[in-house]
Design a protein around this ligand. Structure first.
Ligand code: CP
Length: 309
C-alpha cells in the first residue's frame, strides 16, 4: 500500500484497508518505539513540527517517533515566534516550510487550517489537530490501543463520554469506528452532544448511535469507555462551561458493575474526568494509549515520508 507523499488531514483520507495497514505497521514499530531495536528508516529526512496550540502528547510523540526513525525535526511552538506575528499568512508560512523540510506536522486552533495547508503545500501535511475539527493520528492510536487490548475492533461496544461537541478526537474516532461495525453510545449533556452532521454521517454508514446523558446506562455493557475532557478553551461563553464542568467523573465506584475486561481510555490531558484511583486498576489504558502515539506516529511518518520498512 503506497502512502508516499500523501496528506493525512481527516478521516476522509483513509479507508478500512489503509487503517488496518497502518495498525499492522504500528505493531511492528513497538520495539523500535521502546528503543529495544534501532531503525533509521528516515535517515537524512527533515520533518517540520508546527504546533500553534498547546500539546504535550502529540507534539512530543511525533518528535520521538521522528527521532527513533533517524529523522531530524525542525520545530515551532508559538505563532508569536514566527513571521505570522508580522502579518504573514498561514499559506505563505507553509510555502516557506516546504523549502526547509520533507513533511509538515501541523496543529492549529482553527478548523480547516490543515486542509488549507495541504492545498498550498508541495510536501505532505499531517493534521495534528485543527480546532474542533479532526485529529486523525489520535484516531489511529486510539484504534491501535483498542485492537491491542481486545484483539479486534469489529463489533465492540464503545461508549464515548464527555464533550462530544467540541472534542475533535471523538469526531474523528466515531467516524472511523463505523468501518468496524461497532455499537456506539454517545454519553454527553444535551448541550455537548455530538454535532448533528456527524451523527447523520454515522447513520449514513450504518451506525445508529444511542444518545444519552446518563453514564450509568452505558457502563455495564461497554467494552471500551472513551472519556474526554470538556474543552473549556472552545466555549464562546465561560458561563456555559461552568454549567457542564465536572458532569462526569469515572471512579472505582462507578466501575463496580463494569465488565472485567472493560478498558477506560482518554486522549488526555485529563482534568478531573477520571479519578486517580482508577489509574492502578485493570481498566486503565490511557497511559498505554499515550505511549502508543509513538509507534503509530512512527508508522505514519514512515509510510508518508517513504521510509524503508
Ligand atoms: N491527545 C492529545 O492530543 O494530547 P495533546 O493535546 O497533549 O497533544
Amino acid at each position: 500500500m503506497d502512502f508516499t507523499n500523501k496528506d493525512l488531514v481527516s478521516i476522509r483520507d483513509l479507508d478500512r484497508s489503509q487503517i488496518e495497514y497502518i495498525l499492522d505497521l504500528s505493531k511492528e514499530m513497538v520495539p523500535y518505539a521502546r528503543g529495544e531495536k534501532v531503525k533509521r528508516a528516515l535517515d537524512g529526512k527533515i520533518v517540520a513540527s508546527l504546533f500553534f496550540e498547546p500539546s504535550t502528547r502529540t507534539k512530543l510523540s511525533f518528535q520521538s517517533a521522528a527521532m527513533r526513525l533517524g529523522c531530524d525535526v525542525i520545530d515551532v511552538s508559538e505563532m508569536s515566534m514566527t513571521s505570522i506575528a508580522k502579518g504573514e499568512t498561514l499559506a505563505d508560512t507553509i510555502r516557506m516550510v516546504n523549502a526547509y523540510s520533507d513533511a509538515i506536522v501541523l496543529r492549529h486552533p482553527y478548523e480547516g487550517a490543515a486542509r488549507l495547508a495541504a492545498e498550498v503545500s508541495n510536501k505532505p501535511v499531517i493534521n495534528a489537530g485543527d480546532g474542533a475539527g479532526s485529529h486523525p493520528t489520535q484516531m489511529l492510536l486510539d484504534l491501535f490501543t483498542m485492537k491491542e487490548a481486545k484483539g479486534t475492533l469489529d463489533g465492540l461496544n464503545i461508549a464515548l463520554v464527555g464533550d462530544l461537541k467540541y472534542g475533535r478526537t471523538v469526531h474523528t474516532l466515531a467516524q472511523a469506528l463505523t468501518m468496524f461495525g461497532v455499537k456506539l453510545t454517545l454519553v454527553a449533556p444535551e448541550s455537548l452532544q455530538m454535532p448533528q452532521d456527524i451523527v447523520d454521517s454515522l447513520k449514513s454508514k450504518g451506525c445508529n448511535p444511542i444518545r444519552t446523558s446518563n453514564l450509568e446506562d452505558a457502563i455495564d455493557e461497554a467494552d471500551v469507555l472513551y472519556v474526554t475532557r470538556i474543552q473549556k478553551e472552545r466555549f464562546p461563553d465561560p458561563t456555559e462551561y461552568q454549567k457542564v464542568a465536572g458532569t462526569y467523573r469515572i471512579d472505582n465506584a462507578i466501575l463496580k458493575d463494569a465488565k472485567d475486561d472493560l478498558i477506560v481510555m482518554h486522549p488526555l490531558p485529563r482534568v478531573n474526568e477520571i479519578a486517580t484511583e482508577v489509574d492502578s486498576t485493570r481498566h486503565a489504558r490511557y497511559f498505554q494509549q499515550a505511549f502508543n502515539g509513538v509507534p503509530v506516529r512512527m508508522a505514519i511518518l514512515c509510510a508518508i515520508m517513504g521510509g524503508e520498512m
